[in-house]
Design a protein around this ligand. Structure first.
Ligand code: G3H
Ligand code: 13P
Ligand code: ZN
Length: 306
């Protein structure tokens, strides 16, 4: 069934667990997430980035998600991830998305407030939840050592929420997107104290972007079958759990899923040299991705929360 992310996140925030936001971009990735959620009776947020929309087609991707999610017994929100383009945002509203992130984090505070509020106004009567972002989360392409990450200020966060009316807030507490999140010479460390301050003042569900763990065994599997991935640095599970205890109610995962999906495909390509039916390769990709989603659901504590 389809619901809003506000519905899912308010409940998670109150009960101190988190709902998984999983990035998807084709039939196989949608099925991997939905199958995992149905197996474990877990809600989830099915997220499409602007890049995913460009890859798959907006209406095509939306209709695939809607068809599969509607038929399911577990609740899903259909979400736009890092929305920056106003035409794409308007199209999401038109199509029937139930959740939109407006990412104004690269703008000045006042401009971010103004533009986020505009999106809230567009979504208000349509029962669409809105996620805003304050502070910066590093991007996958940047050099980790030279990244300029501005962590979220708690007073500014409170003001931002009051002035925009958003339903949940993405905070910057030290994570970044992609597989290389932390400087290799330092211990990965989230700013949990800052998160506690934000949570104390804001009292709405908070969102952790760049939350992939980048599990060593997945990287090992990928490398065994031809990948050349090294020096990865993900978010340690103990710190993720601490973050969930302190207000994080939505956890965004993309990198781990990409790694799992392609590892499955790499494995099949390597061991099954006479095969050339794409379905057999995609099936392995789906299997590996579903395993990761299931593990994530257990880690976040959303199993059985339907
Ligand atoms: O936060 C970003 C997500 O990982 C989406 O990445 O824009 O390459 O689809 P993408
Ligand atoms: P990862 O790159 O850590 O998976 O983060 C994904 C994300 O934040 C999507 O918005
Ligand atoms: Zn993100």
């Amino acid at each position: 069934m389809i619901t809003t992310s506000k519905e899912l996140l308010d409940k998670a925030y109150k009960n101190k667990y988190a709902v998984g936001h999983f990035n998807i971009y084709n039939l196989e990735t949608i099925q991997s997430v939905i199958n995992a959620c149905e197996k474990l009776n877990s809600p989830a947020i099915l997220a499409t980035s602007e890049g995913a929309i460009e890859y798959a087609g907006h209406k095509e991707l939306f209709l695939m998600i809607k068809t599969l999610a509607e038929e399911s017994k577990v609740p899903f929100a259909i979400h736009l991830d890092h929305g920056r383009n106003s035409e794409i945002i308007k199209k999401c509203i038109q199509l029937g998305y139930t959740s939109i992130m407006f990412d104004g984090s690269k703008k000045e505070f006042e401009e971010n407030v103004k533009q986020t509020e505009k999106v809230v106004n567009l979504c208000e009567d349509k029962n669409i939840s809105v996620e805003g972002e304050l502070g910066t989360i590093g991007g996958a392409e940047e050099d980790v050592t030279s990244r300029k990450i501005l962590l979220t200020d708690s007073n500014k966060a409170k003001e931002f929420i009051e002035r925009t009316g958003i339903d949940c807030l993405a905070v910057a507490i030290g994570t970044s997107h992609g597989a290389y999140k932390f400087v290799a010479s330092k211990r990965p460390q989230l700013d949990i104290r800052r998160l506690q301050e934000i949570n104390k003042l804001c009292q709405i569900p908070l969102v952790l972007h760049g939350a992939s763990e980048v599990p060593k065994q997945l990287v090992k599997l990928a490398n065994k079958y031809g990948a050349k991935i090294k020096d990865v640095r993900g978010v340690p599970l103990t710190q993720l759990k601490q973050a969930i205890k302190n207000g994080i109610a939505k956890v965004n995962t993309d990198t781990d899923l990409r790694l799992a999906f392609t590892s499955g495909i790499r494995h099949q390509l390597a061991v099954n040299k006479t095969e050339f039916n794409p379905r057999s390769f995609f099936s392995e990709g789906k299997k590996e991705m579903q395993k990761v989603v299931e593990q994530r659901i257990k880690e976040l504590g959303s199993e059985g929360r339907v």
